[in-house]
Ligand binder design. Structure first.
Ligand SMILES: Nc1ncnc2c1ncn2[C@@H]1O[C@H](COP(=O)(O)OP(=O)(O)OP(=O)(O)O)[C@@H](O)[C@H]1O
Length: 275
């Protein structure tokens, strides 16, 4: 197995502690071991991809990190906080935001409103201020609007702030999902198959966008991604799962040439196909 735990991704401070550590995670569904004793870290300011053939356990592992599934054993540390098996909104409040494989937006709300809904948990005003519309509430609303507009500009859809989410193109809906996740001010952003349904031009733009996220928002990004060209261009580090086990970990060049990875994707006799 290629190991890269000592590598420092581009832009990361050499001595910065990892943003996330998953230690010996196992998930069983009845007799099926979907994730088997998998450990990994997400370094500071890095882009890490989780790849593997269908059924490898990627989504299950992701769902454990974000609290949607309970680990049978093992633990997850977000910074220095133990988040193992906390409920998803607690984990989100501690700095982990995610998008979903199937876009989950409020279609009949505008793009700006979708982002403001996500910011709701950050606002200080309680129900009294909301009903009576105190100066504090009006100030918070103004600030929320400004922040939402900034985030929409950052993801490149500022001009659609007043459009209904459902009227945006597929690629722009994905951007809106990311703006909404950023409204939580996360330290880690998890993206589940973000380029699914994108055309090659949109995927190419997406690669530089994720690097901007890492560099300008001071974030680490973890993705599940099937498009190998995107994975290879995007990732500081790649972790490969196969049948629930971690079979390789390293930079794109290590993974591209790793025998176990080639075999997992192509089978022993399938080297002529591209991963
Ligand atoms: N809720 C569940 N209940 C029972 N089995 C499950 C559940 N979720 C996943 N599995 C099983 O766990 C294994 C890993 O599935 P998982 O969805 O994590 O793989 P994946 O790598 O994300 O696959 P894909 O690339 O196809 O999305 C599979 O055998 C799957 O059938």
């Amino acid at each position: 197995m290629t190991t890269a735990s000592q590598e420092t991704p581009q832009g990361a401070a050499a001595d910065a502690p990892p943003k996330l550590r998953a230690e010996r995670i196992t998930v069983k569904f009845g007799g099926l071991v979907a994730v088997n004793d998998v450990s990994f870290t997400i370094p500071d300011r890095s882009v890490v991809s989780l790849i593997g053939p269908n059924g490898a356990g990627k989504t299950t592992f992701f769902n454990v990190l974000t609290g949607l599934y309970r680990a049978t054993s093992g633990r997850v540390l977000l910074g220095d906080k133990d988040t193992t098996n906390l409920v998803p909104h607690r984990i989100a409040a501690l700095g982990m935001a995610r998008t979903f494989q199937n876009i989950r937006l409020f279609g009949l709300m505008t793009a700006e409103e979708n982002v403001k809904v996500a910011m709701h948990s950050r606002l200080k005003s309680g129900p009294f201020h909301t009903v009576v519309r105190t100066p504090r509430q009006r100030r918070e609303e103004r600030e929320a609007r400004e922040i939402a507009r900034e985030l929409l500009d950052f993801v490149g859809i500022g001009k659609f702030a007043d459009e209904y989410a459902r009227s945006l193109s597929y690629g722009d809906q994905r951007r809106l999902e990311i703006a909404r996740a950023l409204a939580l001010q996360p330290s880690i952003l998890l993206l589940d198959e973000p380029t699914a349904g994108m055309n090659p031009q949109e995927s190419a733009r997406f690669v530089s966008f994720v690097h901007r996220l890492r560099d300008e928002k001071d974030l680490s990004v973890l993705l599940i991604e099937h498009d190998m060209s995107v994975v290879m261009q995007l990732s500081d580090r790649i972790t490969v799962l196969d049948r629930g086990e971690k079979i390789a970990e390293g930079g794109p060049d290590d993974i591209r040439n790793d025998e176990r990875v080639i075999e997992a994707y192509l089978g022993k006799s399938g080297r002529s196909k591209s991963a």
